[in-house]
Design a protein around this ligand. Structure first.
Ligand SMILES: [Zn+2]
Length: 158
């Protein structure tokens, strides 16, 4: 994974608004063993405002992601549309902000990687219930899963 793609080199940027447009897809999530997203096509828009003492970062993620259906385990595509905001402050400044997520960086830092934020926001955007519409599940798979469940329950009946 090319992690450097999702980096904001804030030190070299002027005070004011900066925009970044990125894309995250299959390779991005493949780097995480625990990822629930197996494929995706998500466009990421970042609007960063550099202030003298802190950074304000707005995220917008839009696209689709492929997860596993909770019922039949077949691939299921879901829409991703989410926004998030993050404040980045520096260690010697006081950090008091209950409304936003805050990252605290050392003054020595020159850049900020947003890779883990993007991973997290994409997963938070997934629907809680991930199943195909009624009747659209893979019937063979459900039959097999049911057989498996019956089999594994057998010892309990003895
Ligand atoms: Zn299904």
């Amino acid at each position: 994974m090319k992690e450097e793609l999702y980096v904001i080199p804030f030190k070299g940027l002027s005070v004011g608004v900066h925009s970044f447009e990125w894309h995250i897809g299959k390779d991005f999530f493949a780097a995480y063993e625990m990822s629930e997203i197996v494929d995706a096509d998500i466009s990421v828009k970042i609007r960063m405002i550099k202030h003298v003492q802190f950074l304000e970062i707005g995220f917008s993620l839009e696209g689709w992601a492929e997860v596993r259906c909770d019922r039949c385990l077949d691939p299921l595509a879901v829409d991703i549309a989410t926004e998030a905001a993050l404040y980045v402050k520096f260690e010697e400044g006081s950090v008091e902000d209950d409304e936003h997520d805050v990252i605290v960086l050392s003054r020595n830092e020159n850049e900020l990687s947003l890779t883990s934020c993007l991973y997290e926001y994409a997963h938070l955007a997934l629907p809680v219930r991930r199943v195909h519409p009624e009747g659209k599940c893979n019937r063979d798979m459900i039959t097999r899963l049911e057989q498996y469940l019956v089999k594994s329950a057998e010892p309990l009946q003895r």
